[in-house]
Design a protein around this ligand. Structure first.
Ligand SMILES: [Zn+2]
Length: 220
């Protein structure tokens, strides 16, 4: 049984997240997608196809059961719906997914480069960010390419070649922050690589630990 109060609360949370992605320049136009799991049922709230992040509203967001059944809606389901549903099915710890085509991260992904986790924050919050290749026919990644990477429960973020980013979380805020950290890290990596090249350096010291506490306990 779907709880209308839960649906309303989750829709409002998704509208907040989508607006934040748009305001930060993580997603323009109607690309990308984001979703959140309902607490009362095995169903999610997700942005439909053709609706921009800045245009999400209680009226256009869709409710979809993990079985794939879509609650009545006049909007077309997202092309990304299947991979969102599959991630919720295989990872009970995932309650939210933010998928953006943010430009710095997608630039790395389009160059076939993994974004290095090069700051203490990315080591602590992400650990590693796999780069997932295009589907076999050269088209966008589907659950066939994406889900195997997320079967590893430690994977919280990934980058899709020639496509975009995925951040997942126990909460929508957590997934949203990961989408922001992925983009910020790609930007920092670009600045680092540019400066290293300009100064004729090939390597830099990188942190091995995410927190001072980790570093102290490893030194014991
Ligand atoms: Zn996409």
């Amino acid at each position: 049984m779907l709880d209308p109060n839960d649906i309303e609360a989750k829709k409002d949370a998704l509208i907040w997240s989508a607006r934040r992605c748009f305001d930060l320049g993580l997603q323009t136009n109607a690309g990308g997608n984001l979703s959140v799991r309902l607490s009362s049922a095995e169903a999610i709230v997700i942005k439909p196809s053709g609706v921009g992040f800045a245009e999400c509203s209680r009226d256009n967001l869709q409710v979809v059961h993990l079985s794939g059944t879509i609650e009545p809606s006049s909007f077309k389901p997202s092309k990304d719906l299947d991979f969102h549903l599959d991630l919720y099915r295989i990872r009970p710890d995932i309650n939210a997914i933010v998928h953006c085509h943010s430009p710095w991260a997608t630039g790395f992904a389009s160059a076939g480069l993994e974004i290095p986790c090069l700051t203490v924050q990315t080591i602590e919050k992400i650990g590693r960010m796999p780069l997932i290749p295009l589907s076999e026919n050269g088209g966008p990644q589907t659950e066939v390419e994406i889900s195997p990477f997320f079967k590893d429960a430690s994977v919280r973020a990934a980058v899709l070649a020639n496509h975009g980013t995925i951040g997942v979380g126990k909460t929508l805020t957590e997934a949203q922050y990961l989408a922001e950290i992925i983009e910020e890290t790609a930007h920092i990596a670009f600045v680092r690589d540019t400066l290293l090249a300009a100064h004729g350096k090939t390597t830099a010291d990188l942190p091995r630990f995410g927190t001072a506490k980790d570093a102290r306990s490893a030194a014991k």
